[in-house]
Design a protein around this ligand. Sequence first.
Ligand code: UDP
Length: 356
Amino acid sequence: MCNTVIVGSGIAGSVLARRLAEEQDKQVLIVEKRNYIGGYCYDYRDENGILIHKHGPHIFRTESEKVWQFLSRFTEWEDYQHKVLTNVNGQFYPMPINLDTVNEFLGTSYTAETVDEYFAAHRTNPAEINCVKDVIESQIGSEFYHAFFEKYTEKQWGLPCEQLPPEIVARIPIRKNRDDRYFTHRWQAMPKEGYTKMIQNMLDHPNIHVLLNADYKDIKNSVECDHIYYSGPIDEYYGYRYGKLPYRSVTFKFETYPIEQYQPASVVNYPNNYDYTRITEFKHFYRSKTTNTVIAKEIPGPDGDPSYPIPTNENKELYSKYAAIPNDKVTFIGRLGEYRYYSMDQIVERMLELKI
Ligand code: UDP
């Protein structure tokens, strides 16, 4: 017997568990099917002493003071500014595209004042911005679209850019200056001891009880509660009654090398070659001094653990049918429950604002 069941111990479920325990003195049971907490944020220190993000690179950033202050109760932070390079035709270029990317790729010497000449001469002018192709080409033209975005996006999402909505690349700016940071949020950092530790601290409350290795489906008849917060896929919860919602999955291929550094940045994108989209070298996140290094190649595909909801209109409509099923007992939360491509801070913000 408990007041509330939360299915999934990812960042959504964990923030909510803490609020329910603290603000309302609820007894909370978290049901987690994996043998560890944290969901896709889970990280661990490997035998080389490097913190590995098991489900791919997680870079914390936010504009919200409320989010930053809430999480700062559970972790100290390590300064970190994320930088990404992209490998096009065997050369590394700063990503997002900035003045240096433009000049190095074109062999030009535009300045912040003159680069608009290139953009103005090459950008397209579609009547409406309907897809990823429109977003990029209307800013910087087709040469950069083909070299830096088209194949990466199609590899990542398994659909042509013409069928993918603008929001997918909305977070990637095109810059006229030389700023080579991936994000420019007011707060950006890595939790000092990792995400798992931060979430473990969040769940460390006498009212919160965590059941690992437990599939909600198997135990639901033996648990009584007033309300359920469900962070798994909403279509799965309803037994796929309207059909399966498509998710993109990612397989991580981890490799260890007996060298100090594999690549010059934490993340290098490979838009045009290989079956992987990017390689992450984890030691850069904490500037770990080790003699070995560990990398992960990200290979997207349709099968496996659902990671990215695919936000086409058709899929959003299907999701709306599931969301419209009357259900006072269950609230769906997080990327999979709400079928939305959220970053960590957006999820925390939503969970802090959720009426409980
Ligand atoms: N993208 C791209 N080329 C790149 C980097 C990103 O085309 O070099 C597109 C791609 O469609 C990707 C989206 O921008 O899915 C968002 O990129 P982000 O790095 O934010 O993706 P995430 O880290 O969430 O997978």
